[in-house]
Design a protein around this ligand. Structure first.
Ligand SMILES: Cc1cc2nc3c(=O)[nH]c(=O)nc-3n(C[C@H](O)[C@H](O)[C@H](O)COP(=O)(O)OP(=O)(O)OC[C@H]3O[C@@H](n4cnc5c(N)ncnc54)[C@H](O)[C@@H]3O)c2cc1C
Length: 435
């Protein structure tokens, strides 16, 4: 099957997540003939999942600060983030009818809070731009051939339902439907977290066949694993621990966490993913210092705790004097035992720094994002694989890591636009880029 005609530039985008869809939009606006291939039955499944708890599109802080959130952050990534920045993402969402607003923490959300209206409007726009979307097509490999001096990339697909080629279902296959010939391809296959929405990281095997180096894919923004006692889990799983300040390796992050059967999740935990991962690799465990009362000093807490009534239980004392929730009191008991030190000063110190032992990070099945990915040394400044000329890479499959806060989608969008422009320049070296 041949996609489009050579004069406009035949480009395939593989992966129908936000990265792939924005790459397709960018290429279509530049006049290319674009086809998106997605292995699932529909596109944007992780994007919709992200919208379930409030779609955090980007962050409102200045670009220089935003760029500093990424690790690693090589020049092509920082250039891409500056070229298609948070304002560009907000304008794009607004052009799709989704006004955005800045939340109290500086995070940017669509007014509707959700991804569904945005994705619906986006698919209508892609259709109007002439982008074809073919679902239930799993990419399995790429090779190339040259005919009459023209180099063509040949992409191989199977139908994930049957594991075989399946031209009939798409209605576009003319030569068995298992191969597609294009001038350039943008890979936007995602990381490996939440594999049941499609991003399963199996592309590492395909790129491995071309000796392309991939930094191992690991969970990021993942829950911390804690060996809770059965009593604590039964009583408190699902209960929020509000307004914490969590410190790991000298870095403190504030926010709310939630007790789960396996440990703790939430912003101040996710933000420490890389530090937890490093400590666990080094020591076999990590220590979170949990401040249960970040707005009070040790001294003022200590003064409050002095006012203990005769025969008052520890739980009542801590709830009444220090204003701790039952779950916070239980956390203290969980860590230091049923009868913590009754000295007010020692208790104040403990409330400000409960040493919680973490045994690891939850797996990729439930992690918000993936650390690792296609190594930057494999890419040129236009996001093209040096070992596979004409093949560009975008989104979470690249080797960057970032905390939650809108940074994941921001880098996905920025690299998608950069890779699309790279692909356009590749198929039209003689033309300028005007979006
Ligand atoms: C629960 C949750 C909440 C999140 N919330 C936020 C948030 O609020 N803000 C934020 O910034 N980020 C959030 N994220 C992260 C964000 O969703 C991702 O960073 C983003 O979706 C990455 O986009 P992508 O296009 O690179 O990859 P993906 O969205 O993972 O898309 C990749 C696509 O490629 C397809 N694919 C893979 N292999 C093949 C193949 N061989 N052939 C064909 N197709 C293939 C997959 O099926 C998938 O559809 C959240 C993630 C999760 C899990």
């Amino acid at each position: 099957m041949t996609v489009g005609d050579s004069t406009s530039g035949r480009v395939a985008v593989i992966g129908g997540g936000p990265g792939g869809l924005l790459a397709a939009e960018t290429l279509a606006r530049l006049g290319c003939t674009v086809t998106v291939f997605e292995q699932m039955r529909s596109v944007g499944r992780k994007f919709l999942l992200a919208g379930r708890s409030g779609l955090n599109l980007t962050h409102s802080e200045p670009t220089r600060e935003l760029v500093a959130r990424y690790s690693p952050v090589p020049a092509p990534l920082s250039d891409a983030l500056a070229a298609y920045d948070a304002d560009a993402v907000r304008s794009w969402a607004e052009s799709l009818g989704e006004d955005t607003f800045v939340g109290s923490s500086g995070r940017v959300f669509p007014r509707s809070w959700r991804a569904t209206p945005l994705l619906r409007a986006w698919l209508r726009r892609l259709d109007a731009l002439g982008v074809s979307i073919i679902t239930r097509r799993r990419w399995t490999g790429v090779d190339e051939f040259t005919e009459a001096g023209q180099r063509t990339l040949r992409l191989h697909f199977i139908s994930p339902d049957t594991g075989t080629t399946d031209s009939g279902t798409t209605g576009v296959g003319t030569t068995g439907g298992d191969t597609v010939e294009v001038d350039a391809v943008v890979l936007a296959l995602g990381g490996a977290s939440w594999p049941r929405v499609g991003s399963n990281g199996r592309w590492t095997d395909i790129l491995g066949q071309h000796s392309i180096e991939v930094t191992p894919l690991e969970p990021s923004n993942a829950a911390a694993l804690v060996n809770w006692s059965p009593i604590f889990v039964e009583r408190f799983h699902g209960v929020p621990l509000k307004n914490l300040a969590v410190t790991v390796a000298g870095v403190t992050v504030r926010g709310d966490a939630v007790v789960t059967r396996a440990g703790l999740e939430g912003t101040p935990i996710y933000a420490h993913s890389s530090r937890i991962r490093e400590q666990c690799a080094r020591d076999g465990h990590a220590t979170l210092l949990v401040d249960l009362h970040p707005d009070l000093t040790v001294e003022s807490l200590s003064t409050r705790l002095v006012r203990r009534r005769p025969r008052e239980s520890t739980t009542t004392w801590l709830r009444r004097s220090a204003g701790l929730d039952p779950v916070a009191v239980a956390l203290i008991r969980e860590v230091v035992g049923a009868n913590p030190d009754r000295d007010p000063a020692a208790m104040a110190e403990l409330i400000k720094s409960v040493p919680l032992t973490v045994t690891g990070l939850a797996g990729l099945e439930r992690a918000i994002s993936t650390a690792g990915g296609v190594s930057w040394s494999e890419l040129d400044e236009h996001f093209m694989l040096r070992k596979l000329p004409g093949v560009f890479v975008a989104g979470e499959m690249l080797d960057w890591d970032a905390p939650t806060g809108g940074y994941l989608l921001q880098a996905t969008f920025s690299t998608a636009v950069a890779a699309a422009m790279g692909a356009y320049r590749w198929v039209h070296p003689d033309r300028g880029v005007v979006l």
